[in-house]
Design a protein. Sequence first.
Length: 737
Amino acid sequence: MVSSLRVLSLLCMAALLVLFLSFIPEEAGATVRIVPLGDSVTKGSTQTAEEAQYPTYRYWLWHSLQDGGYDVNFVGSWDQPRFQDFSFDQENEGHGGYTTGGILNGADDDPGQGRLAGWLGSYYPDIALVELGTNDVLHRVPTDQSIRNLEAIIDTLRDRNPHVKILVGTVIPTSIYRENLIALNQRIPEVAADKSTAASPVKIVDLYSGYDGETDNQLPLGVHPNRRGEQKIAAKWYSALVPLLDSTAPTPTPTQTQDPHQITGPVKITAPGTYTLMKDITGSTSQVGIEIASSNVVLDGNGHTIGGTGQDGSCGVFVSSGDAPISGVVVKNLKVSNWGYGIYYYQGVTGGTVTGCTATGNSFAGVVLYSGGDGTTIRGNTITQNNRGVYLADVDGVRVVDNMLANPYNAAYAATVTGTVWALPAQAGTNIAGGPSLGGNYWGSTSGTGFSDTAPDADHDGFSDQQYTVWSGTVDPLPLVRYVPPTPTPTPTPTPTFTPGPYASLAVPGTLEAEQYDNGGEGMAYHDTTAGNQGGAYRQDDVDIEAGASGYDLCFIRDGEWVTYTVQVAVGGDYTAAFRAASWGPGHTIALSVDGTPAGTAVLADTGSSETYADTAIPVTLPAGTHTLTLRFTGDGENLDYVAFTAVPVATPTSTPTGNQTGTLQPVPPSTLLPTDPDHDGACEDLDGNGGADFSDVVLFFNQMDWIAENEPVSAFDFNRNGAIDFNDVVLLFGMI
């Protein structure tokens, strides 16, 4: 066996003389790289099932280019969102909600997302499709600023590729006429006139003409294209791209200097230092994957794989310098598979470490120390499905501890092997098999019937109750086992006792969380028709509570059940009680009484689901002081999240505003009803006057934003309190419903 190993080792050494001495950069191919750059019209959305059916113009353009026989590659810093039902190259540079300034400089509300100059670091575009401006229009960015930003975006693209060809699209129409959108489109041709050069031409693509803001957009907002709109945009881009593709040769990507400490292929390491494998290397036909011929080298696999093709005598990692001694070589975090030898320390190597590695499928052995490896530690490795696990020959003072071994022969030796340590002193710590103690190794088998697979562990310390014989005269005194924790002794669940009184300090005005009903138990603080908390959350009595809604909610409510709350009313008077509830089916009510006196009944809307909540508000009159509120439920099938009490404001004279802030509300066209303030916070969330804030109010606000700014009191619709009506107010209203 020894002579055979030496012959194979000499073959390895001979092969190393012709290993890769230099790296030849790959010649650029003919594929043209196109970056789709823009906002949500480019990016799209999969947040809802409805939105996920609109894969953006990119899908239609990609297939048009493929059908036309063009070899293109869409590039970008990400491939999000993933349209699972559509097959196409999904890399892009679309960023929903971004203005031209956000693309150029980064968005203030999303600083972690980065900006164009940084995104371009991961790719090298030949052609850019620039679709931007919709958010500039919605946020009322001055047109001059939008044009300056577009020109700066072109400069940034050219910083990456001075020969990039740029197509700038005009802004598509929205469902309502916007004067500033027209103004921006009229100025966009200036960008081409000012910035186009022979080396990097800029051309304008008219996406506006022939596009209908209503029939070509997703309604009701009318901002994002539907499939018809996507196909129109794709057709415009395709017509503009064809002349460029017929004349464009890809710009070679600049060759970057390879950091010698970053390994991307077979290599020989001849100098001390830390070397990191940057990617998987699989199916290598080299005789040796990585050779280390220097002392004080750390090879960090970084979790990557170096894989061969199973050639006899081949070696994944070979550590040797011929006759010159070397020391301090560490191989860690590396996966080595399908070689003759996985990791091989040969001749004159001392004081090394192999740790955190996985060696599998190697025909001779996973880890070999042969006449080299004195004082080496092999620890914390997974060495499985090799012919041999660890092979030692002519070595002294090796430590083999805390490894997972499952091979036909887990340990083998030749010649003289002395001073081998097979276990650490027993100590607390998680071992490689998941047990609670550190000691020896896990001696398993590929069939799952090995020593450690079946060994008893009566005291559950993670060690076998018997030592393991590695080979004749050599034992592992603390072999690991498949750890099974001791069965805990059940702790009897104490019978809850209830002291009558408030569970929490509840004040009116304020929010009464449904799960904070009084202490006192069945018949005193509540009545529940089923035993135990069927929701399993928050409290352990018979009231059913689940985690959900805004935190917790009463669930599985049945007809006739009730709960009580002790509250402190700060000021007596009129209040609005808003019940946040889910109700599926008709006929559900919640009756409120104060100290036993009926105060009002909320008739709940049918929300159709236990997970869909809506507010039902009723007027109530509450006296000042401490009182008991009781909620009685009618009907099976409702959940209650909370009850919010707000004081009804006392009308006070107000000064007459000036300008367009007349102080007089008007119906917002086309509604004929006055807007209302359902939550009495001074702002009118109910724009159409139907008595509640819902999505139709968001659509009405979005469509009539300019009319409201000119005809309504600003304070009634200025939700962000910046003194103006703008798109951010629409966003805030959307977040309230």
